[in-house]
Design a binder for this molecule. Structure first.
Ligand code: NDP
Length: 285
């Protein structure tokens, strides 16, 4: 039976580390993360509440700017401009998805790159791809932290990433590549997924399809990271059929309690990193 990789525990440790960093800096001031929430999408509202709660718990000021679903692009961009210019704001995150009348790309590009805690701004994407230090998107960064915590080697391994979104799949592949893995990226047009996933020493699944990966898709002894999260019959499940895959592999993340908490923890790490850098508080390590 596989080792179950405890994302909750690793997230708690990451949060504790940033909490101590913030405590040391408390006499200088309090860093602030602002999450912009547009509309009343219930899942988004719940994610935003979780982020704000965690921010406050570790000693950041966590603010939510809740705008109505009817907000115009000009109004939303105006709010971002104000936050960009506010010297007390260290991190800005616009919760996605946005209502259909708002163009996500325009909105993301409006966030000042030095306050872009999600690492989605094209300048930060480019810096990351060029190997110039910037903050990485939270989900893949959290997964790298998890692999490191459990001392699961990446260099020289064959990593297979299922999914190529800008927020998970692509940056995940790039991070694994920079950590010296040999990387394969699969997507919805990949004809025979299993041919690739069965070669994976490290398999990261971010397809958004419940139960996509079964025992027949994995190599015995692989490390499997399940990014997917879905509510099916009132239960949270991932993209990986946990019951079928766990007996075959070396290590696996559960859903819930795997990647999700790490994503939130990395958001705090990114906020602190950017805040320290912007305020000239020195290194964040
Ligand atoms: P997207 O829908 O943006 O991307 C899904 C990707 O998977 C696409 O590249 C798509 O291919 C590919 N894909 C879809 N179906 C298949 C298939 N049958 N075989 C192979 N590839 C497939 O999703 P996200 O990347 O945003 O999220 C993925 C999942 O992770 C979702 O369940 C989401 O809820 C979850 N998530 C969880 C987070 C966490 O913190 N736990 C954070 C972020 C996301 P193509 O490009 O060809 O369309």
């Amino acid at each position: 039976m596989a080792v179950v990789l405890d994302g909750k525990q690793v997230a708690a440790e990451l949060q504790d580390k940033v909490r101590r960093q913030l405590e040391r800096m408390a006499p200088k001031g309090r860093l602030k993360l602002v999450v912009v929430l547009v509309g009343d999408h219930p899942a988004s509202a719940s994610y935003v509440r979780g982020k704000q709660r965690t921010a406050e718990k570790i000693g950041l000021a966590g603010e939510v700017r809740h705008l109505p679903a009817s907000v115009t692009a000009e109004e939303l961009l105006g709010v971002i401009d104000t936050l960009n210019a506010d010297p007390d704001v260290d991190g800005i995150l616009v919760q996605l998805p946005l209502p259909a009348h708002l163009d996500e790309r325009t909105v993301i590009e409006r966030i000042a790159p030095e306050k872009d805690v999600d690492g989605f701004h094209p300048l930060n994407v480019g810096r990351n791809f060029a190997g110039v230090p910037a903050v990485w998107p939270c989900t893949p960064a959290g997964i790298m932290a998890l692999l490191e915590h459990y001392r699961l080697p990446v260099a020289g391994r064959h990593a297979v990433v299922v999914g190529r979104s800008n927020i998970v799949g692509k940056p995940m592949a790039q991070m694994l590549l920079q950590a010296d893995a040999t990387v394969t990226v699969c997507h919805s047009k990949t004809p025979d997924l299993g041919v690739h996933t069965r070669q994976a020493d490290i398999l990261v699944v971010a397809a958004g399809v419940p139960g996509l990966i079964g025992a027949e898709h994995v190599k015995p002894g692989a490390v499997v990271v399940d990014v997917g999260i879905h509510r099916v019959d009132g239960r949270l499940v991932g993209d990986v059929d946990f019951e079928a895959v766990a007996p075959v592999v070396q290590a696996i993340t559960p859903v819930p309690g795997g990647v999700g908490p790490l994503t939130v923890a990395m958001l705090m790490v990114n906020t602190v990193r950017l805040g320290f850098r912007r305020r000239g508080w020195g290194g964040d390590e």
